[in-house]
Design a protein around this ligand. Structure first.
Ligand SMILES: *Cc1c(COP(=O)(O)O)cnc(C)c1O
Length: 477
């Protein structure tokens, strides 16, 4: 399996060659040359597999240059109940992503039972093990530099902690994360994890990461890499749970399923699109946004209008507060018939902050064949949905999952099971849960006193030179 760039001007690569990188050298995103197809007979066999076996079956179609025994071992180590044990009482954690039925035909796919209580663990944990494996083979090292407002940073740190050949330098805005998120990250004592609190906001940290990424000499000398959501291995790991969720919600492969997906950077739902392109019987991919509705607007109107960070609202589903969706280019590449010149033209505009509108084009006529539906959810919707799900089903859901359920129910079709992806556990967003329900969410065992653990972090101004010296002082030359 070879990977090509959505912008068409980069050489085709293998899975392991793109594993440690981000963007293709021409600025595009990598996608398989062709989507592997899953036959009906294969689907029937896959239905009976454990999560780790299924992950191997799916990923072996993508990572064709990793020896089978090695990939099997990596996947087996990643998807074990010991890693994904933070479930509600009664969930079968041996399933890794247990399906919780709210009522017949309406389900929650639990993706957030991993170490940081958000679905990003599903892919990031695999990335940690793949990175360690690839770096050992190449006798190399990697220093991951990132900026986080919460979920991504903690998922990356818990995936990379203690891994040989890897260090993580994670910037976060000082005093801006919730006490729980701060404790989650800053209580890590692993010597390869460096938390750096920046006197500023999230965008200051993001700008510092960009500045260092553009300093090619520094980047090369200090082996700087990233783990953002455009990483192909992350997307491919997410394809697996669409299969798992499908099998859990159906009895036979004659049935179809709809998935509702709380969306920000289009990473999660992009994996659903790929599962569908591989032949998984998905009737609808229901995209839910919060007030930051760039993607909802596209699927309603055909116009993609990225916002500036200043136009991006801070909401109570903060992990979906995006101004442009970094993975969206992958879907558009498919929509325009994999015409890389067209993608270059469209992103030529997006990269300068401008919009594009496909409504009057031939491409828009094909949009329905991809099975998307979309809707938006506001703070008031979120509170109502959290209350409704609690009162009607006795299940507490987080704010992002609530956005997904709200929009999912609006598009529910008779006779088609609706699977709502649970992207975080409610304890991560305690304040809004208290606002909705007047009570605090339960904490997974062992996390009751997380905020009382000793914390470790460096504090610095939003100063690129200071960050460069900090990294240099901690990377042996
Ligand atoms: C990251 C995140 C999302 C958005 O996922 P994308 O892949 O960026 O679309 C939704 N909910 C939660 C809780 C997240 O952490």
């Amino acid at each position: 399996m070879k990977y090509i760039s959505t912008r068409g001007n980069a050489p085709a690569k293998n899975f392991t060659e793109i594993l440690l990188g981000g963007l293709a050298p021409d600025g595009g995103l990598y996608l398989p040359e062709q989507y592997p197809q899953v036959t009906r007979a294969e689907l029937e066999v896959w239905r009976k597999l454990s999560y780790a076996e299924l992950a191997y079956a799916v990923l072996s179609k993508f990572a064709t240059d990793i020896p089978a025994a090695d990939l099997k071992a990596i996947v087996a180590k990643t998807y074990t109940a010991e890693v994904y044990h933070n479930a509600r009482a009664g969930s079968d954690t041996t399933q890794i992503t247990p399906l919780r039925t709210l009522e017949p035909g309406l389900h929650l796919l639990e993706l957030s039972n991993g170490p940081t209580l958000a679905f990003k663990d599903m892919a990031m944990q695999l990335l940690g093990n793949l990175f360690e494996y690839a770096l050992a083979r190449q006798h190399d090292e990697l220093n991951i530099l990132g900026a986080t407002s919460g979920d991504t940073g903690s998922a990356a740190e818990y995936a990379m902690r203690g891994k040989r050949g890897i260090r993580v330098f994670m910037l976060s805005p000082e005093g801006k994360m919730s006490a729980f998120q701060t404790a989650q990250m800053f209580s890590l004592q692993d010597p390869n994890i460096y938390n750096i609190a920046i006197r500023g906001v999230f965008d200051d940290g993001q700008d510092m990461v960009k500045a260092i990424s553009n300093d090619h000499a520094y980047k090369e000398k200090y082996k700087i890499g990233t783990v953002n959501s455009i990483n192909w291995a992350r997307v491919s790991a997410q394809v697996v749970y669409y299969f798992k969720g499908y099998f859990a919600a159906t009895q036979s492969c004659d049935e179809q399923v709809a998935f509702s997906v709380p969306s920000g950077n289009f990473g999660n739902i992009c994996a659903g699109h790929i599962a569908r392109m591989m032949g998984l019987p998905i009737a609808k991919l229901i995209l839910a946004t919060n007030e930051n509705n760039v993607l909802e607007e596209f699927f309603q109107t055909g116009a993609y209008r990225p916002r500036t960070t200043a136009e991006t609202a801070h909401t109570s589903s903060p992990s979906m507060d995006i101004s442009k969706a970094s993975n969206f280019e992958r879907f558009i590449f498919d929509l325009v018939g994999r015409d890389a010149a067209k993608v270059r033209e469209l992103w030529g505009r997006v990269d300068t902050g401008a919009a594009f509108d496909l409504h009057a084009t031939e491409y828009w006529k094909r949009i329905s064949q991809y099975g998307f539906a979309a809707g938006k959810s506001t703070h008031a919707d979120r509170l109502n949905t959290i209350r409704m799900v609690w009162e009607k089903y006795g299940v507490m859901v987080d704010t992002h999952t609530a956005d997904g359920i709200k929009v999912g129910l609006e598009h529910r079709a008779a006779g088609v099971p609706l699977v709502c992806l649970e992207t975080a556990l409610p304890v991560k967003f305690e304040d809004t849960i208290v606002e909705a329900l007047g009570r605090k969410p339960e904490r997974p065992a062992g996390m009751e006193d997380m905020e009382k653990l000793p914390q470790r972090c460096a504090v610095m101004d939003a100063d690129v030179a200071a960050l460069k010296s900090f990294i240099a002082a901690h990377v042996p030359q």
